[in-house]
Design a protein around this ligand. Structure first.
Ligand SMILES: [Ca+2]
Length: 309
């Protein structure tokens, strides 16, 4: 019903026909991908992981607040090896245990490092079967170390095929009710992002690095991202640009009104550490955009909409 209202809203408001086409395509794909939810048995059957791993953290900077907004936790080997060395060991059998251990490891590390802002954790949607039961270990880990649930965010992507039966939406609703945030990861990398946006109505959209790369030199990317800014304002939800690598890309994003940035330009992920963004880069950008501080982030309703949340 929400999706239908969204399409009606777009027609009514005369929105971008390309976006409308993509939305309709996604609705059709969603309707072709429905299926019954499996029962919740995995929670009682947690296999022990036969490998160890750790985490690196990368900051997300908030220009409107002139401060770090949060850090994304990224899987690493125990000696800092790349994510693939760990993810290649994840199977259907250990996926649930791995997802649980990722959350716990990220929360415990964030606490031990004295992380002051949000902790954003990548999430394996199909590793969660029954939202209330499967969040228990996460909530317990946060309570054990005193990490507030309101500072936790889960990033959802469609790397794996995601069930289209409302399962993910129930997870998002449960997490939201507990004060945690949800983000759609890699938004704009194919049609999957729109599918998730329609189904989940997340708090945050993370714009994929392919949209950000060379945005200053590419008119089409700028037009698409400008429309995403309008979309975020109307929904409403927060936009984060990920994969920002050059000052020119950062300036272009600030020009478009996107104030939350993540990428190598600011800081590379640091192994078992919470790096701060490069102060030279921040000084350069804040000097060029002095009015950005205090700008209202793209988080609140403003344009009047019948879409609803
Ligand atoms: Ca991510």
């Amino acid at each position: 019903m929400f999706a239908l209202r969204l399409v009606q809203g777009q027609l009514h408001k005369g929105h971008d026909p390309i976006l409308l086409f993509l939305t309709l395509t996604n609705l059709w794909m969603t309707s072709m991908n429905s299926g019954p939810a499996p029962g919740c048995n995995r929670c009682r059957d947690i296999a022990a992981l036969d490998f160890s791993f750790s985490m690196a953290f990368q900051p997300i900077y908030d220009f409107a607040a002139a401060d770090v907004w949060g850090w994304e936790a990224l899987v690493r080997g125990v000696n800092g090896e790349g994510a693939f060395s760990v993810l290649s060991k994840v199977t259907d059998e250990n996926r649930y245990a791995f997802d649980q251990q990722c959350r716990i490891r990220a929360i415990e590390l964030a606490h031990s490092l004295g992380m002051p802002g949000r902790l954003s954790i990548n999430f394996l949607p199909n590793a969660v079967y029954e939202p209330k039961a499967c969040i228990r270990a996460t909530v317990e880990a946060a309570a054990r170390v005193g990490f507030p649930l309101e500072r936790l965010q889960f990033e959802i992507t469609e790397v794996e095929e995601v069930r289209a039966d409302g399962h993910l939406r129930r997870i998002v609703d449960e997490y939201r009710a507990m004060g945690m945030g949800t983000a759609v990861d890699d938004f704009g990398a194919g049609y999957a992002g729109l599918n998730l946006l329609i189904r989940l109505q997340p708090d945050v959209l993370k714009l994929d690095m392919d949209l950000i790369r060379n945005i200053d030199k590419d008119r089409v990317r700028r037009i698409i991202v400008a429309h995403m800014v309008s979309l975020a304002r109307e929904l409403p939800c927060t936009l984060i640009a990920e994969g920002v690598e050059t000052l020119e890309e950062a300036r272009c994003l600030l020009d478009l009104g996107i104030t939350l940035h993540q990428g190598y330009l600011y800081a590379r992920p640091a192994f078992e550490a919470i790096p701060r963004p490069d102060p030279t880069v921040l000084a350069e950008l804040l000097g060029a955009f002095p009015d950005v501080i205090g700008l209202r982030a793209l988080t609140s309703a403003g344009l009047g909409t019948d879409i609803g949340k």
